[in-house]
Design a protein around this ligand. Sequence first.
Ligand SMILES: *Cc1c(COP(=O)(O)O)cnc(C)c1O
Length: 374
Amino acid sequence: MTDIIAIPDALLPRDGRFGSGPSKVSDAQLKALVDSQPGVLGTSHRQAPVKGLVRDVRAMLGELYALPEGYEVILGNGGSTMFWDAAAFSLVRERAQHCAFGEFGSKFAKATDLAPHLGASSIRTAPGGAAVLPEAEDGIDVYAWPHNETSTGVAVPVLRPAGIRDALTVVDATSAAGGIEVDIAQADVYYFAPQKSFASDGGLWLAIVSPAAIARIEEIAASGRWIPESLSLKVALDNSRADQTLNTPAVATLVMMRAQLEWMLAGGGLGFAAGRSARSSGTLYDWAARTEWAEAFVTDPGLRSPVVATIDLHPRVDSAELRRHLRAQGVVDIDPYRKLGRNQVRVGVYPAVDPEDVESLVQCMDYLVERLLT
Ligand SMILES: *Cc1c(COP(=O)(O)O)cnc(C)c1O
């Protein structure tokens, strides 16, 4: 520890967790977990207490997104990665178009592209830090893109492309949901996981689905296509309507998710939650703009993510060295996405993160770099 440059206590954030996922869990969520003992934790997910918990999570998400008529919230086990496989089985009729401008968009594109029962996917790509949007194309029945590409810190609009007829829009909102405002009617499927803006743990997927998406799920289920039960969205739909999951869910994850939804709704809803993230990321982008050795990685200000800020550092400032000093003092997980391979910090500023802690983080980085450069 002797070679660690000590940051004065007054500069340190009260909470130093800035990960992009898993992300900071709040004390109130932990308290909710303690309070759920023994009534909920360790009890059957087929009985009223856990079913009530699932019902609450579904209802609160409905409230947070002011769901249009006929939209429903469904859920299942396996996280967003599993949802990609479920989508390949239960949403894509013949062929999907994907926008891939980072790790996560690319992974979903690969999942449908390699599925033997589907045609080769149409994959629109852009380099890391840039973006590409979906565009109407013949023979495409699903248009898929990430609302927020967590690997690069790029956020794009959620807008149904013109002229796509009855094709579905399927939006990866894993890191956006709960932290970025959206017109949900533009998405037929808006799916996410609890470990990012909802500050809970991983392992579940949740999806807001439109009437058209529900009709598609039912159409494909009735078509005779072989679908593994664990990847069937029809099975997930039927279970969700009964406030159930096909197999055992992580009850603690649901308890922490409900607590975060309560906090968001009590604060005023999605505008409140998104406002906190916008303020935090604004602090980082403003700092990068005025700091000689830092620069926003995403050059188009309109694409800069409000929930995951990626900041390139000047070659003279070694990101790994800076992060080593921060981590030793409890300021953690601002590593760049590993495959991006840049001299960068990537800061997760989901709603649970206190905007004042982000101001402290900036001061800590200034303090360290001033001393590391001499
Ligand atoms: C984190 C993330 C995923 C993967 O989520 P898992 O629940 O770990 O499968 C997918 N897409 C995006 C945009 C993400 O940020």
